[in-house]
Design a protein around this ligand. Structure first.
Ligand SMILES: [Zn+2]
Ligand SMILES: [Zn+2]
Length: 321
C-alpha cells in the first residue's frame, strides 16, 4: 500500500508498505481523508522520536475485522481515537485511559498512522460518523475534541476574561468552543487571513503587536505551538489565574518561570479530548470547520501537502487517499 513514512529524519512516500494486519480486537480502516496538523511538523523535528507512518486525524470506512467482535464495524464510516490503551493499568482503571502507561498513539508513538491506504486500530477506538456529516467535517473530530478538552479541564463562564493565544487551526477551534459555552474570548494572532476567520465568527481579535499585557486574564489558552506562547501567557494571566498549554514543542529556549511563582499561577497541560462531544458539536453545526480548510491534496502530493501545512498563512490541509 501507499504510505507517508518518516524514517532516518526523512519523509517519503512509499508505494510498497505491507498492508497492516489486524489483531483479534482490531479493525482495518480504508482511509478516505486525513488532516495534517502541527504535531506532524513537530515529529519531523524530533517530537516523540517517532518513526513510521504519520497521521492521526482521519475518516474512513472499516474494510476488515481481526475478530468476530469487530464485524459489526464492517462498511461503517468511522473516525478513531488516537490513544490505544491496555485497559488494565492504574491510569486505565481510574478512568484516565488517554494516559494509559502502556499506550501507543496512532501516528505519534509506537503505532503507524493514517497517511496510508489503510490503518489498523483497536475496534474500541472507533466512532461511527453520522450520515449527515461530510468527510471534510469528520476529519476535524480529533482536533475539535482536543479543543473541547479545554472546557473539560477548566469550568469556564461568561464572566471570565479569557484569551486564546494563536490564530492557527487549534486556536480557531478553541475560540469557537469557548463561545459555545457562553464565554467571549479574545484571540491573539499575527496572520491576517486567520484573524479574519475569527472575526467572521464574531471572535474579538487582537493582533500580537497591539497586545498590551497587564496580568489581567482569568484564563489564557496557549495554542501558539511555540515556546514563546508560555512567555506571553505569563504576562497576560492575572495573579492566581490559569494558563492552559495546548502546544507541544520539541525544543525551546530556556524560559524564566518565576512569574508563575510570583503570581501563583495555575499551569495546566491539555491534550486529547472527548470524541463523542466533538461529533455532536459538528453534527449540530455549533462550530464552523469548512472555513478552516485551506487546501486538499491528492495523496501522491503528500510531501507538497506537508510543506503547505507549514506555511504561515495556511489553515487545515487535507490529504485525500
Ligand atoms: Zn493533530
Ligand atoms: Zn492502560
Amino acid at each position: 500500500m501507499k504510505a507517508l513514512v518518516f524514517r532516518d529524519n526523512q519523509l517519503s512516500v512509499i508505494n510498497d508498505r505491507p498492508e497492516p494486519q489486524p489483531a483479534a480486537d482490531e479493525v482495518v480502516i480504508d482511509v478516505r481523508l486525513a488532516g495534517i496538523c502541527r504535531t506532524h511538523i513537530e515529529i519531523t523535528r524530533g517530537y516523540m522520536s517517532f518513526e513510521g507512518v504519520l497521521g492521526h486525524e482521519c475518516v474512513g470506512v472499516v474494510s476488515r475485522a481481526g475478530g468476530a467482535a469487530g464485524k459489526k464495524w464492517l462498511d461503517r464510516r468511522v473516525v478513531c481515537e488516537i490513544n490505544c490503551v491496555c485497559g488494565k493499568c492504574d491510569m486505565c482503571l481510574t478512568g484516565l485511559r488517554n494516559h494509559c502507561r502502556q499506550r501507543t498513539v496512532i501516528g505519534i508513538s509506537g503505532r503507524d498512522g493514517a497517511f496510508a491506504d489503510y490503518i489498523v486500530v483497536p475496534q474500541r477506538n472507533c466512532h461511527r460518523v453520522p450520515e449527515t456529516m461530510s468527510d471534510e467535517e469528520a476529519v476535524f473530530v480529533e482536533p475539535l475534541a482536543a479543543a473541547i478538552q479545554v472546557v473539560k479541564q477548566v469550568p469556564v463562564d461568561s464572566r471570565m476574561k479569557v484569551t486564546v493565544l494563536g490564530d492557527g487551526r487549534l486556536g480557531l477551534l478553541v475560540g469557537q468552543v469557548l463561545q459555545s459555552v457562553g464565554c467571549s474570548p479574545r484571540l491573539v494572532g499575527k496572520h491576517p487571513k486567520k484573524m479574519a476567520f475569527a472575526e467572521k465568527r464574531s471572535i474579538r481579535v487582537v493582533p500580537l503587536e497591539d497586545l498590551k499585557p497587564a496580568n489581567t486574564d482569568d484564563l489564557v489558552v496557549d495554542c501558539t505551538g511555540s515556546p514563546k506562547g508560555l512567555e506571553t501567557a505569563m504576562q497576560l494571566v492575572r495573579p492566581r489565574g490559569i494558563i492552559m498549554l495546548k502546544s507541544t514543542c520539541a525544543a525551546g529556549e530556556p524560559l524564566n518561570l518565576s512569574p508563575l511563582v510570583i503570581n501563583e499561577v495555575h499551569l495546566i497541560g491539555s491534550r486529547c479530548g472527548p470524541f463523542l462531544e466533538a461529533i455532536e458539536m459538528l453534527a449540530k453545526k455549533e462550530v464552523n470547520v469548512s472555513g478552516l480548510i485551506s487546501r486538499r491534496f491528492k495523496f501522491d502530493r503528500s510531501l507538497d501537502a506537508i510543506r503547505a501545512a507549514g506555511d504561515h498563512d495556511s489553515l487545515k490541509i487535507l490529504l485525500a487517499m
